[in-house]
Design a protein around this ligand. Sequence first.
Ligand SMILES: [Zn+2]
Length: 346
Amino acid sequence: MNRDAQKFFTLRFAGGTKERKLVPRLWRPAKSLPPARSGKPLSGLKIALDPGHLGGKWAKMEERWFQVGDSRPVQEGDLTLRVARLLATRLRHLGAKVSSVRSTDEPTTGKRSDDFRELARKILIKNGVPQPRADVLDSTDPEKEKTIRWQSEILFYRYSEIRRRAALVNFKLHPDLVLCLHFNAEGWGDPTSPMLTDANHLHLLVNGSYLVEELEFDDERFEMVRRLLSRAYDEELRLADTIALAMARETGLPPYAYPTANSTTKVGSSSYVYARNLLATRLYRCPVVYCEPYVMNSKDVFARIQAGDYEGTRNINGVERKSIFREYADSITDGLIDYYSKAREL
Ligand SMILES: [Zn+2]
C-alpha cells in the first residue's frame, strides 16, 4: 500500500455514448438474467457463499472462540460453515448455481502466520513500537496487539485469507452475488469466562462509508472508484434491504445501532443496513451482502447454539424455535426469493 503517492485523481467521463467504455464486469444484475424457469426463482443465478472466519483449530487464534464452563465451545467459523451448507442446499433447490470460498475449517490461503513475522515486525516499528515483543503473554494481555505474534497472525487469518478468497471470487468463480455469513457478538471479556448479555440484534453491511485515512491509500481509492463505476452498489443495496426484511421477519431481531457512527452510515430503507468499508465488501468485484445476525454471547443465542441443529422446533428459554442454523439459512433464502422473483418479472 502506498500512501500519498498521488495527491489527487481526476476521473474523466466520456463526452458521448460512442466514446463510452464500460467497466468490465462479470456479474449480472437481476434484470439481465434470462427469464426464470417456473418454480425456480433463482435459476441461472451464480451465488458464492463466504462463511466468515475459519473455525476449527484456528478459532482461538482468530479470537472467535469462547466457552462457558464445560459447555461446547462457541466458534464463529464453525457456525457460519454450518449455515453455508444448509443455505447451499436450499439455493440449489431453487435453481441457483452455488459455490463457496471455503468448504472446510482449513484456510484458503497457503500462507501461515510464520510467513508474516518479518512484515509484522516492520509494521509495528512503523506504527511506533520500536522493539516489538515476540510473544503474547496470555489472552488478556493488554499489550498483545504490539507483539509480533498477534500482528503476524492477523496478517495470516484476516488479510492473507480474505485476499485469497477475493482472488477466487474475482478470477475463478465470477458470481453474480457474494453472501458473507457471520454471527455478531458483544464484548465477552475473558473467553474462558465470557460475559453473557440480553442484547441480541441484526444488521447487514454493504460497501461504502470510507474514512479519510482509508482513502489515503492508493489501492483503497482505486478499489472504491472501480466499485463505484461497476454500479454494484445499486444492486447490492436493494438486495441487502430485501434480505434484511426477510431476516428481521423470521428472526424477530431488532436493528443494531452502532455505538459510534464514524465508520458506518445507515443506508437503504429497511433500517437494518449499513455501509462500511470492510475488506471483503470492497475487494469482491460484484454485489456483496454481508450478514451480521445474532449476538453469539446473548443468553438466547448461546442456548440455541448449544441446542445444535435439529428438525422442526424446540422450546428454548420458553419459546418454540427452529434451529438457529435453519432459521438463518431459511430467512436468507426467503429474502433472495422475494428479491429475484420481483426483479426478474419487471
Ligand atoms: Zn464474523
